[in-house]
Design a protein around this ligand. Structure first.
Ligand code: NBY
Length: 828
C-alpha cells in the first residue's frame, strides 16, 4: 500500500516531508491552489495544460525546499565545491525526473486521478529544454543527475538560450529548421534571480599604468551587458540534496547614459539597448566544428565572466586568502567552449585582486580540469586573434603572456625542436592567426580527460601526443556513462518494475552494479516471458508514435532496428541505408518460399543535421526516398518498412529506446570519441549492432562479444595495421550504390554527389570496406531474432552488463581523480 511504501522509503532514505506534506490529499490541495493562484484559472475549470502547469509548480515548491536546505548545508560545511561549466545542457523534460527523484510519483498520480486527470497525459504536455546539440550536451545533463544523487557539492553553469536547438520538420523528405522558442509557454522549473546579476564587459582598450613603480594594466571596456541568473534545481534520487544549475541570460545594462537630442535619438537609444539581449538568444546548432563568429565568442565570454564573478564572490564571502582558492574551488570545463574561464580567472586575480603572476598562475593550474570530446584535429576550437583582440583585448594579452612563458620553459626542456614548439604553441601562425583553445586548456589544467579508453589512446598517440610526452601524468580518461534514473526508471517503468522484482530490491537505482544480479536469471523462462511482454508493450507505444508522426503502420512482430543520433558522415547512417537497399533488393529477387523465411524488419532512423551540413541533409533525403519506395511496395508489405522519425530529441529518445530490439552504432573506427546512445539502449535490453569504436570496445568487455553483433574488426586488428589485408569492395556494395546512382529511388541528380563520395578512392569513411561485414552482422541478427529464447537471453545479459555505463561511476571517478571533492549530504 501507499502508506507502507512511504514508510519504507522513509526508512531507506530517511525521506521526510519538509514544510510541505506529500500525501495525496495535500498534493491535491497544492495543485488546486496553483491552478487558482499561479495559473489564475478557476479550480473548477482547467484543462490538461493548465493542470500540468499547476502540477509542475507544486513540484517546484518541493524542489525549492530541498534546494534551500542543501545550499544552507553547503554553506555551513564549506566543502570544496565543483563548478561544472558547459555551454550546453540537454535536459529534456523535468517533471517525471523530478517526481521520481523526489520519491513522490505515485502520490502525485493518485492525487491527480482523484482530480480526474491522468499523470501520464499531463507529463506529455511538457516541452523539452533543448539547450544543446547532442552527446556532449546530454552527457552534462546525465552528469548533473549523478552529481546530485551522489551528494556532491556542485554548481552547474550555462547559458539560458531563448531559442534551443532547432525543431526539425520534414517537407517532401527534406529537413527544414524551425526556431525552438521554448519559453513561449513559460518555464515552471526556473527561478529568476533578478538580484543576482553581474556586468560583463566587452571591447575597449587596455592601458598600462604605474603606481609607486609597480606597473599594472587597466581595461576600459567599450560595452557592458548585464547577466541575470536563472536557477534550475536538480534533485538527487533517494537523497534530500538538490543542486543548482545556474543559467545566465543577457539583459541591457542599467548603467547607461542616454544623451538624446530628439525623440528619435531617444527611441533609437532604447531600442539599441535591447540588442544586448541577443547574446543569449540562440544556441549554435553545429556539433562539428567551431564557428569563428563574434556572437559565439561573445556568448562564451558572457557566460564565463558571469560565472567566474559569481564563483569568486561566493569564495570571498567566506575566505579572504586566495591561497585557499584551489582547496575550495574546482573548475570542470566541458570541452574547450568555456576555456576562456581560465584566462578570466587569471585576469581577475592579477588585475583586480592584485596577485602577482606566479601566485595567480599556480592557483589557476590547481583549479582547472578539462575534458575533450573530440577525436580529430579539425574539430578543435580556434579563435582568430583579430576577433579576440577586438572583443577581449586584455584576455589576448594574457594568452600571449601564458604562451611566452610556456614556450620559454618548453625550449629549456626540449631544445630547439621548432616544429614541435610550433605545434604546441597556443598561437597558430598562418593566413588567419588564431588561438588554439585546446592547447591553452591543456597547458593550464591539472587534468586532461578523455571520454573512453580508445579515445584516451588516440589522445596520447595522435591528437595531443606532444603534450602527453611532456606531461603524461596530466592525461586520464573516464569512460562516459548515462543516468539509469532517466534512461530506465523514467522512460521504461515496465522494465524498472521487472528488474526490481527479479533483483528483489530497488537499490540498483542508486547502485547500478546490482544489475549484474540479472545474469543468473537470464535463461529463466518466466523472466524471459515477462521480459518479452515488457518489450512488446514498449513496442506498441513506439508503433503508435511512428504512425502518428510518419503515417506508417508497422507490425509488432517485426524486429525494430533503430539508429537515432545526430546525422554525420562518420556515424554512417548512409551505411545503414545502403544495407536497407540491399535487404529490399534481396526480398524483391526472392521466390515465395524464401520470402517466408525473411525476418520482418522496421528500420527506424532519426536525427538532426546541422543546418549547413549539406551531405548530412542529403542522407536524410535519401532515407525518405528509400522509405517512399519500400513502404509503398505492396509486394514487400510488412517484410520491410523504413521510417524516419522527425525531430529526434530527448523525449523522443525516451520513447524510442525502450521500444527497440536492435540498435546501430556503426561509426568508422577511430571517429567516435565515446558514444553514449549505445549505453541507453544497452540498459534497456536492446541488442547492439556496432563497430568496435569509442565506448563500444568497453561494452564488449562487459557483456561479451557473443551478446552483440560486431561489425568489422576490432581496433587492434585494424587492416591498416597489417594484421589482415583490407577487404575489397563487394559486388553487393557496387550494386546498391549504382541503384541510387541510376535513379531507382528518384532524385538522381541530387544524390549524385553522395554516390561520388562512395567511389573507391574517395570513400573516406570506409563504407565500401565495411559493407560485407555489416551485412554479415545484420544476417546474424536475423538468425538470432527467430530464436526467441536466445534473443531474450542476450537482451537480459545486455541490461545485466550495463552497470559500468552509469554516469554515477563516471562521476565517482572524476570526483576522486580529477576534482578532489567529497560528498556533502544534507541531513533530513
Ligand atoms: O560527445 C560528443 C562525441 O561525438 C561523442 O562521441 C561523445 O560520446 C559525446 C560525449 O562525450 N561530442 C559532441 O556531442 N559534440 C558537440 O555536441 C559539439 C557541440 C559544439 C561544438 C562542437 C561539438 N562547437 O564547436 O561549438
Amino acid at each position: 500500500s501507499l502508506g507502507e511504501r512511504r514508510a519504507k522509503a522513509e526508512k531507506m532514505f530517511g525521506l521526510m516531508d519538509g514544510f510541505l506534506k506529500n500525501d495525496p490529499m495535500s498534493l491535491q490541495k497544492d495543485i488546486l491552489d496553483h491552478v487558482e493562484y499561479t495559473v489564475a484559472r478557476s479550480r473548477f475549470n482547467f484543462d490538461d495544460f493548465e493542470a500540468f502547469q499547476a502540477l509542475s509548480h507544486s513540484v517546484r515548491d518541493r524542489l525549492i525546499e530541498r534546494w534551500h536546505d542543501t545550499h544552507q548545508h553547503f554553506k555551513k560545511q564549506d566543502p570544496k565545491r565543483l563548478y561544472f561549466l558547459s555551454l550546453e545542457f540537454l535536459m529534456g523534460r523535468s517533471l517525471s525526473n523530478s517526481v521520481i527523484n523526489l520519491g513522490i510519483r505515485d502520490e502525485y498520480a493518485e492525487a491527480l486521478s482523484q482530480l480526474g486527470f491522468e499523470y501520464e497525459v499531463l507529463a506529455e504536455q511538457e516541452g523539452d529544454a533543448a539547450l544543446g546539440n547532442g552527446g556532449l550536451a546530454r552527457l552534462s545533463a546525465c552528469q548533473m543527475d549523478s552529481l546530485a544523487t551522489l551528494d556532491y557539492p556542485v554548481w552547474g553553469y550555462g547559458l539560458r538560450y531563448q531559442y534551443g536547438l532547432f525543431r526539425q520538420v520534414i517537407v517532401d523528405g527534406y529537413q527544414h529548421e524551425q526556431p525552438d522558442y521554448w519559453l513561449n509557454f513559460g518555464n515552471p522549473w526556473e527561478i529568476e534571480r533578478i538580484q543576482v546579476s553581474y556586468s560583463v564587459k566587452f571591447y575597449g582598450m587596455v592601458e598600462e599604468k604605474a603606481s609607486n613603480g609597480v606597473k599594472y594594466k587597466v581595461w576600459t571596456p567599450g560595452e557592458t551587458v548585464e547577466a541575470v541568473a536563472y536557477d534550475n534545481p536538480i534533485p538527487g534520487y533517494g537523497t534530500r540534496n538538490a543542486i543548482n544549475l545556474r543559467l545566465w541570460a543577457a539583459k541591457p545594462s542599467g548603467q547607461y547614459d542616454l544623451e538624446s537630442y530628439n525623440t528619435g535619438d531617444y527611441i533609437n537609444a532604447i531600442v539599441n539597448r535591447q540588442k544586448a539581449e541577443t547574446i543569449s538568444y540562440v544556441l549554435y546548432p553545429d556539433d562539428r566544428s567551431y564557428q569563428g563568429k563574434e556572437l559565439r565568442l561573445k556568448q562564451q565570454y558572457f557566460f564565463v565572466s558571469a560565472s567566474v564573478q559569481d564563483i569568486i564572490r561566493r569564495f570571498k564571502d567566506v575566505h579572504d586568502n586566495f591561497d585557499e582558492f584551489p582547496d575550495k574551488v574546482a573548475f570542470q570545463i566541458n570541452d574547450t567552449h568555456p576555456s576562456l574561464a581560465i584566462v578570466e580567472v587569471l585576469r581577475v586575480l592579477i588585475d583586480e585582486e592584485c596577485l602577482d603572476w606566479g601566485k595567480a598562475w599556480e592557483i589557476v593550474c590547481r583549479a582547472f580540469s578539462f575534458t575533450t570530446h573530440t577525436v580529430n584535429t579539425e574539430g578543435l576550437e580556434k579563435i582568430p586573434v583579430d576577433l579576440l583582440g577586438s572583443l577581449l583585448p586584455r584576455h589576448l594579452q594574457i594568452m600571449y603572456d601564458i604562451n611566452h612563458r610556456f614556450m620559454e620553459d618548453l625550449k629549456r626542456k626540449i631544445g630547439q625542436d621548432y616544429s614541435r614548439l610550433e605545434r604546441m604553441s597556443i598561437v597558430e601562425e598562418g593566413i588567419v592567426k588564431s588561438i588554439r583553445m585546446a592547447n591553452l586548456s591543456i597547458i593550464c589544467s591539472h587534468t586532461v580527460n578523455g571520454v573512453s579508453r580508445v579515445h584516451f589512446e588516440l589522445l596520447k598517440t595522435r591528437l595531443f601526443k606532444d603534450f602527453y610526452d611532456l606531461w603524461p601524468q596530466k592525461f586520464q580518461y573516464k569512460t562516459n556513462g548515462v543516468t539509469q534514473r532517466r534512461w530506465i526508471v523514467v522512460s521504461n517503468p515496465g522494465l524498472c518494475s521487472l528488474i526490481s522484482k527479479w533483483l528483489g530490491t530497488e537499490a540498483w537505482i542508486r547502485n547500478v552494479d546490482l544489475l549484474a544480479g540479472l545474469r543468473e536469471h537470464a535463461s529463466n523462462p518466466v523472466l524471459q516471458q515477462e521480459w518479452r511482454m515488457t518489450k512488446t508493450i514498449n513496442k506498441m507505444r513506439l508503433a503508435d508514435y511512428i504512425e502518428t508522426s510518419t503515417g506508417v503502420k508497422v507490425s509488432l512482430d517485426a524486429m525494430f532496428d533503430v539508429q537515432v543520433k545526430r546525422i554525420h558522415e562518420y556515424k554512417r547512417q548512409l551505411l545503414n541505408i545502403l544495407g536497407i537497399i540491399y535487404r529490399y533488393d534481396c526480398i524483391k529477387n526472392m521466390n515465395k518460399s524464401d520470402r517466408k523465411k525473411v525476418v520482418p524488419r522496421v528500420c527506424i532512423i532519426g536525427g538532426k543535421a546541422a543546418p549547413g551540413y549539406e551531405v548530412a541533409k542529403k542522407i536524410i533525403k535519401l532515407c525518405h526516398a528509400v522509405a517512399d519506395k519500400v513502404n509503398n511496395d505492396d509486394d514487400v508489405g510488412d517484410l520491410l518498412k523504413v521510417v524516419f522519425i522527425p525531430d529526434y530529441n530527448v523525449s523522443v529518445a525516451e520513447l524510442v529506446i525502450p521500444g527497440s530490439d536492435l540498435s546501430q552504432h556503426i561509426s568508422t573506427v577511430g571517429h567516435e570519441a565515446s558514444g553514449t546512445g549505445s549505453m541507453k539502449f544497452l540498459m534497456n535490453g536492446c541488442l547492439l549492432l556496432a563497430t568496435a569504436d569509442g565506448s563500444t570496445v568497453e561494452i564488449i568487455e562487459e557483456i561479451g562479444v557473443e551478446n552483440m553483433f560486431l561489425v568489422g574488426t576490432k581496433l587492434h586488428e585494424d587492416p591498416q595495421s597489417g594484421d589482415k589485408p583490407a577487404p575489397g569492395v563487394s559486388i553487393q556494395f557496387i550494386r546498391v550504390v549504382s541503384m541510387v546512382r541510376n535513379g531507382y529511388f528518384g532524385f538522381k541528380e541530387y544524390f549524385n554527389s553522395l554516390c561520388d563520395s562512395l567511389e573507391d578512392d574517395k570513400d573516406f569513411y570506409k563504407l565500401g570496406a565495411d559493407f560485407s561485414s555489416y551485412l554479415e552482422a545484420q544476417a546474424m541478427a536475423d538468425r538470432v531474432f527467430v530464436n526467441k529464447e536466445k534473443w531474450t537471453c542476450m537482451s537480459i545479459l545486455s541490461t545485466a552488463g550495463s552497470g559500468k555505463f552509469s554516469s554515477d561511476r563516471t562521476i565517482e571517478e572524476y570526483a576522486k581523480h580529477a576534482w578532489g571533492i567529497e560528498p556533502c549530504k544534507c541531513p533530513f
